[in-house]
Design a binder for this molecule. Sequence first.
Ligand code: ADP
Ligand code: MN
Length: 274
Amino acid sequence: DDQISALSKHASKIRLDDVKDGQERDKDKADRATSEQVLDQRTRMILYQMINRGAVSEVHGAISTGKEANVYGAVAYPDIHGPPVQRAVKVYKTAILSFKDRERYITGEHRFKSGADKGNNRKMVKLWAEKEFRNLRRIHSAGIACPEPIQLKLHVLVMDFLGDRKGWAYPRLRDATIPADDAEQIWMHLYIQLLGIMRRMYQVCKLVHADLSEYNILYNDKQLYIIDVSQSVEHDHPRSLEFLRMDIKNTGDFFRRQGVDTLSDRTVFDFITI
Ligand code: ADP
Ligand code: MN
């Protein structure tokens, strides 16, 4: 059929190793510790459509399997004669999930006023993916280092891959290896860099990350990259300043543990908001 011909036309593939249907899953459930990364039929169809349109050409194994989403490595050929580029595909989970946690980000968010149907999981994940896509676009346009959003379809988001040429994703700041002989200076540099990012995000993007920590920042070569922005809120959200204080505390605590002589949370709050 036309999906198949589209596949062969672009000489593209989804590695079925990584993208199995339910039947295959049952078959090797026992020897597969990572069965959670299995994609459902709808998600597979979306990936095939994306392959059709060239956003991705190959989808590889999972970089991360989380509670709410899986992230897969992927490759695309944006220019047919050019080199391949690496991409990341974030697939929000439609099942299993409890969205209770997330309610506080939605209530009061004017971008959610229409379409938020808390009883409909599919609609909800689509909204989260949409929110992440738009937030990434805004953050990326403001010149803040983050994955560039490439394409969105329902609960599947394609973005820039943050990693090296061999396909290794940059580590989370939490897992970053900082050269010991220069550590003090680098941590200070990163702290100041993050304050600048948070201020820019607030003042230019009009956003508060709302889940900012060493887990949602990637690190490479003295550069921080902001990720995971589906829950980020507009600064006029009724609880945005509460979320901002939480972001300041979490990141401040982390840098204090690295031995950085940080500013007080209060001072940082003023720096960001004034
Ligand atoms: P969640 O925390 O909701 O599972 P994240 O957006 O934080 O989802 O992504 C989970 C992990 O996937 C990250 O910690 C990071 O290791 C990896 N990751 C996410 N986006 C990218 C990307 N664009 N490039 C490389 N790795 C990524
Ligand atoms: Mn995360």
